[in-house]
Ligand binder design. Structure first.
Ligand SMILES: O=C(CO)[C@H](O)[C@H](O)COP(=O)(O)O
Length: 228
């Protein structure tokens, strides 16, 4: 099976964790697209009452088109479960997200959720975080100063660019600076340093957040429990 089939497997398996009357956070990315399709099928076939909360315009548009009732994160009192993709997950269930530049909205929804489930293909499970460049979201004003500070700290920053060479901007019109560190030895220390830097809105380390990981593997879907 190729990577897309493994993503589909994980996305469809995770849709089984959805119940009637849930407020459901919907993440962002190609794996999430499969999950949203599967949830929409269940909503239709089983007449489930689900309220979706999206982490990006892309996901909200897809879910609405497929008939899932949507609200914004500010309109719901809490979220029961959020199902989202990830770019890397280590053996301690710590992760990197933000490959789709939606990590700030994803973290807002994740931290408003009682449970978080991640859906990945098996290539995302790693021994150590950091091979995937760590995304940060940075306010454009003064972003060259932030960039310089990240470079001085030895974090190998690069502005994320579109194909035409312009800078990628997030939903909130901020820039994305990716940190090409190759390995992250101390994720909590790095997170603590990054969130203290003025101009950085959010960064893509998602630590101590996930409860379950659904992995698409060549041997079928595997559900890993983080016991938190
Ligand atoms: O964090 C994300 C978007 O900001 C995605 O969840 C992550 O990039 C995984 O995407 P995909 O399922 O397409 O591999």
């Amino acid at each position: 099976m190729d990577q897309n089939e493994l993503k589909k497997m994980a996305g469809r398996k995770a849709a089984e964790f959805v119940h009637d009357d849930m407020i459901l956070g919907l993440g962002t990315g190609s794996t999430v697209r499969y999950m949203v399709e599967a949830v929409a099928e269940r909503v239709k076939n089983e007449s489930l009452h689900i309220t979706g909360v999206a982490t990006s315009r892309r996901t909200r548009d897809q879910a609405e088109k497929l008939g899932i009732h949507m609200k914004s994160v500010d309109e719901v009192p809490y979220i029961d479960v959020t199902i989202d993709g990830a770019d890397e997950i280590d053996k301690n269930f710590q992760g990197i997200k933000g490959g789709g530049a939606a990590h700030t909205m994803e973290k807002i929804v994740a931290t408003a959720s009682n449970q978080n489930i991640w859906i990945v293909d098996e290539s995302k499970i790693v021994d150590q975080l950091g091979r995937f460049p760590l995304p940060t979201e940075v306010i454009p004003y003064g972003s060259t100063k932030v960039f310089q500070r990240l470079a001085d700290e030895g974090l190998h920053p690069r502005f994320r660019l579109n194909e035409d060479g312009t800078r990628v901007t997030t939903h909130s019109k901020n820039y994305v600076i990716d940190l090409h560190m190759k390995q992250i030895q101390h994720p909590h220390l790095l997170q603590d340093w990054l969130i203290r830097q003025v101009g950085i809105v959010e960064q893509g380390l998602f630590l101590d957040l996930v409860n379950k990981v659904v992995v698409g593997t060549q041997d079928g879907p595997k559900v890993l429990d983080a016991h938190r």
